[in-house]
Write a protein that binds this ligand. Structure first.
Ligand code: ATP
Ligand code: MG
Length: 287
């Protein structure tokens, strides 16, 4: 289910002294099966934008078309839409509230009116998808678990609705490096094995470089650039304007280049950097 955003603007509290334009005339298409990374300085409008994708926010002007349907129309079934376009908020563990893990993960599917049997099946599957053991955790209170586990339970709650599009707002914020790697690995798996479209909002340039096939840069409510991670992270002027950094390895290669070393500067991963440095050193030996 492709998501098409046309001339979208969003004004919070219009007609009051607090009126502010959070989204300013954005056009964007998210294709089926892509991993789209959204970056931007704090307050640039990322969270506001993604909440339009499943109808949580209504545009002030413009259209949002999901799977061919204009979801800004009044008679759209928003419940169904939200089960297909799953949104995981920043710090989703703050929204856990049931007394057991199973009840929490089952909350969404229950609301969809599914049979007990189907709910049970989905809860088991969703917990497995985020790498948690149903038998060990099912009767535990989510609040006794670690922060990383709580976050995964919250994500499982959305996965249990079997979304076709998964939107994650800062899924690794506040996690330690191990928790961060695990979550990203599971998102990657979901995308590869289940062909889920993923929209990932992050302040972390490494996460985006690692995960995204395409990246969008937000600045003051506008989408000022889209492109592959290589295209975006080599456009220093745009990133500077948007107040953003570049991945550490990209920065390292840029520094080497500035020192006159013959290396590429559009490098995104440690492996690529290693290869570049090795071939630079070999080149020197042969010279
Ligand atoms: N509920 C709201 N009411 C009024 N203004 C809001 C509301 N939510 C966000 N804003 C304003 O809209 C603008 C965009 O905010 P938004 O939360 O979408 O940015 P963001 O890019 O997600 O930021 P962050 O990286 O800090 O999460 C900001 O100026 C913010 O203050
Ligand atoms: Mg935000």
């Amino acid at each position: 289910m492709p998501i098409i955003i046309e001339n979208l603007s969003h004004v919070y509290m219009p007609g009051t002294p607090f009126e502010s334009k959070a989204i300013d005339n954005i056009n964007l298409t998210i294709e089926d099966g892509e991993v789209f990374g959204l970056i931007g300085h704090t307050g640039s409008g990322k969270s506001t934008l993604i909440q339009h994708f499943n109808g949580l926010l209504r545009p002030t002007t413009g259209r949002v078309v999901v799977n061919g349907i204009d979801i800004t129309n009044k008679n759209v079934d928003l419940k169904k839409l939200r089960s297909k376009v799953g949104l995981i908020f920043q710090y989703p563990e703050h929204q856990l509230f049931e007394e057991t893990v199973v009840k929490d993960v089952a909350f969404g599917p229950k609301n969809l009116g599914l049979s007990q049997e189907e709910i049970q099946k989905r809860v088991k599957e969703a917990l497995a998808l985020v790498g948690l053991d149903y038998d060990v955790l099912k009767d535990r209170s989510p609040f006794e678990l670690s922060g990383g586990q709580m976050r995964r339970i919250a994500i499982a709650g959305v996965l249990a609705m079997k979304p076709e599009v998964l939107i994650l707002d800062e899924p690794t914020a506040g996690l330690d490096p191990r928790g961060r790697d695990e979550i990203l690995e599971q998102i990657k798996n979901l995308h590869m094995k289940h062909k889920i479209t993923v929209i990932l909002v992050s302040h972390n340039m490494e996460d985006i470089a690692r995960m995204a096939g395409r990246v969008g840069v937000m600045y003051r409510g506008k989408l000022i650039k889209t492109g592959t991670p290589r295209q975006v992270f080599s456009d220093y002027d745009t990133l500077k304007k948007a107040g953003l950094g570049i991945p550490q390895v990209t920065k390292l290669m840029k520094m080497l280049k500035e020192q006159g070393k013959a290396v590429r500067t559009d490098v995104l991963t440690v492996k690529e950097a290693e290869n570049e440095i090795l071939s630079m050193l070999r080149g020197k030996k042969h010279a």
